[in-house]
Design a protein around this ligand. Structure first.
Ligand SMILES: *[C@@H]1O[C@H](CO)[C@@H](O)[C@H](O)[C@H]1NC(C)=O
Ligand SMILES: *[C@@H]1O[C@H](CO)[C@@H](O)[C@H](O)[C@H]1NC(C)=O
Ligand SMILES: *[C@@H]1O[C@H](CO)[C@@H](O)[C@H](O)[C@H]1NC(C)=O
Ligand SMILES: *[C@@H]1O[C@H](CO)[C@@H](O)[C@H](O)[C@H]1NC(C)=O
Ligand SMILES: *[C@@H]1O[C@H](CO)[C@@H](O)[C@H](O)[C@H]1NC(C)=O
Ligand SMILES: *[C@@H]1O[C@H](CO)[C@@H](O)[C@H](O)[C@H]1NC(C)=O
Ligand SMILES: *[C@@H]1O[C@H](CO)[C@@H](O)[C@H](O)[C@H]1NC(C)=O
Length: 462
């Protein structure tokens, strides 16, 4: 898998003149690495989806080894070309959670060449988290956020050009709107070179947020119903954007406003379906957006497996449903601290709406999002495993965990500087409060009117 990605990256790197020569070789390798998945996944789907987290690490070692072996035995005549260009191979490195824990030279160093890359999946709470990243971290050199500007400058200490955060609110959507794993891993390095005007070896720390799939799907549905399209997303994969045949739109006209839930579910190529799995998988392993080459079951199992693999390789991921644990994990992984606690919203619009949804439709949503549901189960297990590990390494856990987002002695000064309104969750909280008040007022009004009616019923008799 990793090989598939690696060679793919080399192949389609436009700045590389030998890229053209390598292309046939690379395609063979990509084919082989996907073929290898065939071997692990006999006819009736893949057994990997049933693997537990701990089994998974063993599988990973095995898979790396197996793909390596297959590569080296099957492409002998091209052996020379397969040796990666050392400067490119060593240049950028992605650090995983395991890497960060394994030795302290892998801890995020804001002063060196380390970059946090935030992969923002729609409707997972990423907007709020993204703002915490730029406005709420307790840094020697806080991000510069100017009023009225969407983006902030997040520079390394003692630098006026070097960036440590690649995200919507710092670099913008430089790799495409809501760029996925396939797009980011293929693009971040060159964008960083460009914006810093220098070619450097960097270490990347990929992070993302996940959310319970049904809630996320419903949230996306409501967003689309209000007119969101994300149609400027590029879906770059395998060196090109998909054709309109590969990725047909679900609607005609400028957007899909006022779509019903049934129509939303009915569109078989709706990108909302299994979005989290797809956005975290290496899509080059499944022929990108061309679904007619691989059988559906095989395609699905490769997607799921690849998404799990990539998630496990991320330095950090959080779950919307576990804000406190996510915050603790972020802070202990990066040794960076937020000044405010993350807020757990239990009454989001989707969950309010969920009760009103037809049981059949709800079942259908679960059925079509089966990859995301399996993926999220895996992610939750992994989250708790990481949490347990971090907890066991923190001699001051009880205190630390109960004081997340507490500012210490500078609290009041810092709080007065912070505009609480900038965090969307505060706005949502206020909205919920307003809705509650409205509902209460409405009830009281009804109460009074029935009282009045009863009185008026009685009064004429007096
Ligand atoms: C971590 O760093 C300290 C000094 O900064 C060093 O003594 C120690 O051996 C390092 N530990 C590991 C696991 O690298
Ligand atoms: C998918 O790829 C196959 C083989 O390359 C091609 O025949 C087919 O037209 C492609 N499908 C779409 C929708 O582009
Ligand atoms: C959705 O698809 C089903 C079966 O394919 C069909 O019966 C139903 O009318 C469709 N609903 C809408 C709103 O398109
Ligand atoms: C926990 O507390 C100790 C001591 O106050 C501190 O050094 C450490 O950074 C804290 N860890 C986390 C993850 O907050
Ligand atoms: C969420 O629910 C818990 C208990 O059910 C409650 O204590 C907490 O205040 C709620 N949070 C919000 C933001 O409503
Ligand atoms: C409605 O009126 C009854 C009787 O006057 C009172 O007990 C109840 O609290 C009222 N409910 C609301 C929502 O105001
Ligand atoms: C008003 O009368 C209706 C029946 O006519 C009754 O159900 C309701 O409880 C009464 N409300 C109050 C506040 O007495």
């Amino acid at each position: 898998m990793i090989f598939g990605y690696f060679f793919e990256k080399q192949c389609f790197n436009k700045r590389l003149p030998i890229g053209k020569l390598l292309l046939p070789v690379c395609l063979t390798i990509i084919l082989l690495s996907t073929l290898f998945v065939f071997y692990l996944c006999p006819e009736n789907g893949c057994a990997i989806s049933a693997l537990t987290v701990s089994q998974y690490s063993r599988y990973r070692t095995l898979s790396k080894f197996a793909s390596f072996k297959r590569l080296s035995t099957n492409s002998n005549q091209n052996q020379a070309n397969l040796t990666p260009n050392p400067t490119l191979a060593e240049r950028s490195k992605k650090l995983s959670f395991e890497d960060v824990l394994s030795d302290n030279s892998s801890v995020f160093d804001i002063k060196a060449n380390d970059v946090i890359v935030f992969l923002h999946i729609q409707k997972t709470g990423g907007t709020s988290f993204g703002r915490h990243l730029v406005k709420d971290l307790n840094l020697v050199n806080p991000c510069e956020c100017k009023k009225g500007r969407k983006r902030c400058k997040c520079l390394r200490p003692d630098s006026n050009a070097k960036l440590w955060l690649f995200s919507r609110y710092t670099t913008g959507w430089k790799c495409g709107l809501h760029a996925d794993w396939t797009e980011l891993t293929n693009c971040v390095d060159s964008v960083m070179d460009e914006s810093e005007k220098t070619v450097t070896k960097r270490r990347y720390f990929y992070i993302t947020l996940l959310r319970e799939p049904v809630a996320r799907f419903l949230s996306e549905f409501r967003h689309v119903q209000r007119g969101a399209t994300w149609k400027s997303s590029r879906h770059w994969c395998g060196g090109r954007t998909p054709t309109s045949k590969e990725l047909p739109p679900c609607y005609t006209g400028i957007d899909w406003r006022d779509v019903t839930l049934e129509e939303f579910i009915n569109c078989s190529h709706n990108l909302a379906v299994n979005r989290q799995t797809r956005m975290l998988a290496d899509l080059t392993l499944v022929d990108c957006y061309n679904t007619s080459i691989k059988a559906r079951k095989l395609r699905d199992s490769i997607l799921l497996q690849s998404a799990k693999y990539n998630l496990n390789k991320m330095a950090f991921f959080g779950c919307s449903e576990y804000q406190k644990i996510s915050q603790y994990l972020f802070e202990s992984t990066f040794k960076l601290h937020f000044m405010h606690p993350f807020i757990q919203l239990n009454e989001t619009h989707s969950s309010l709406m969920r009760d009103e949804i037809d049981e059949n439709l709800l079942e259908k949503i679960k059925k079509i999002n089966h990859l995301d549901i399996q993926f999220y189960e895996f992610a939750k297990q992994l989250l708790f495993e990481r949490f347990k590990l971090m907890k066991s390494r923190d001699s001051n856990f009880e205190y630390n965990f109960s004081h997340l987002g507490n500012l210490g002695p500078n609290e009041e000064r810092l709080l007065s500087q912070q505009n609480l309104e900038t965090f969307p969750e505060f706005r949502i909280l206020k909205k919920i409060e307003r809705q509650k008040k409205k509902l209460k007022a409405l009830k009281q009004k009804k109460n009074r009117s029935t009282l009045y009616q009863n009185k008026s019923n009685i009064e004429p008799a007096v």
